[in-house]
Design a protein around this ligand. Structure first.
Ligand SMILES: Nc1ncnc2c1ncn2[C@@H]1O[C@H](COP(=O)(O)OP(=O)(O)OP(=O)(O)O)[C@@H](O)[C@H]1O
Ligand SMILES: [Mg+2]
Length: 272
């Protein structure tokens, strides 16, 4: 399938949840792979000081010469920070520990919430003919995450199927409302994706039922199972789709990619 379009701007999806370890990076990497498999050109923007997406795409720390820090804080040109990966239709703007100080470094800048948005709007972005830009956020509601929420069209929220999963979601929803009011009125929720679902565990079923009861249609149909192949894949620098192409994890992330890509034929308009 050819790239969806050459003139429309790419869909920008931030992957955010201030809770740590819920599957943000895993979803960013495998959604990028799934969308790419469908013929899309995808840029993954890593803004987490942990740099896990960068590692997962095989960009070693010593090769992260220019990072999203340089893009956001120092205004380095987009074309200088976008890095090719072994997948011809996936690019990354890597991150490293420099990112940890970014909130302090931009706090005095009056455009502090708009830096990533403006950086991604550079006309040179067109040269990559991107269909999607995915932003892998850090586990916080910091200024850095706000930059992602201001820069994006929609936010995808991974929710781990465990006790306390729904706690913190209301705080995230309040942040989304603030960002809508102040800086990005058209910000949508792409959906909530349940992750690490264990069908043998009653708790997973309970979390799923609670989430669907309280969040309704915002919860995506696709549920990502807990699957060891998903956790093994990044250490090989691969997505689970390439690492074990018929594993349950690969099938789930393919289904998620299809579910999300289908939206863009009929975009959703949910508001909180
Ligand atoms: N579906 C899954 N099955 C099994 N393991 C998973 C699954 N999803 C994620 N993991 C594992 O759980 C851990 C946390 O996942 P991940 O790094 O994607 O979360 P995160 O939200 O990005 O974390 P952080 O908040 O620290 O950035 C990782 O070790 C990952 O391999
Ligand atoms: Mg992460």
């Amino acid at each position: 399938m050819p790239s969806m379009n050459e003139t429309k701007p790419p869909q920008i999806i931030a992957i955010a949840n201030q809770k740590g370890g819920v599957g943000k990076t895993t979803t960013a990497l495998n959604l990028a792979a799934g969308l790419s498999e469908m013929g899309n050109r995808v840029l993954l923007v890593d803004i987490d000081p942990q740099g896990n997406s960068s590692t997962g795409l095989g960009v070693r720390p010593e090769n992260r010469k220019l990072t999203s820090y340089d893009l956001i804080v120092d205004g380095v040109a987009l074309t200088d920070v976008v890095t090719a990966t072994t997948n011809k239709t996936i690019w990354i703007i890597p991150a490293n520990a420099d990112m940890a100080s970014v909130d302090l470094d931009i706090i005095a800048n009056e455009k502090r919430s708009f830096l990533l948005r403006d950086a991604l709007r550079q006309p040179s972005i067109k040269t990559f003919k991107l269909d999607y830009i995915l932003i892998d956020c850090p586990p916080s509601l910091s200024l850095l995450t706000v930059n992602a929420l201001v820069a994006c069209d929609s936010v995808l929220v991974p929710l781990q199927c465990e006790f306390f999963a729904l706690e913190g979601l209301s705080q995230l929803m309040l942040t989304l409302r603030d960002v809508r009011r102040s800086a990005n009125p058209t910000l949508r929720i792409e959906g909530i994706v349940l992750t690490m679902h264990d069908s043998r565990n009653k708790l997973s079923a309970q979390v799923e039922a609670d989430a669907r009861a309280t969040m309704g249609a915002l919860v995506l149909k696709t549920v990502i199972p807990r699957n060891v192949r998903i956790s093994e894949a990044p250490s090989h620098g691969l997505s689970v789709l390439s690492y074990d192409t018929l594993s349950r994890g690969a099938l789930a992330y393919r289904a998620l990619s299809c579910e999300i890509a289908a939206r863009y034929a009929s975009p959703r308009t949910e508001k909180v």
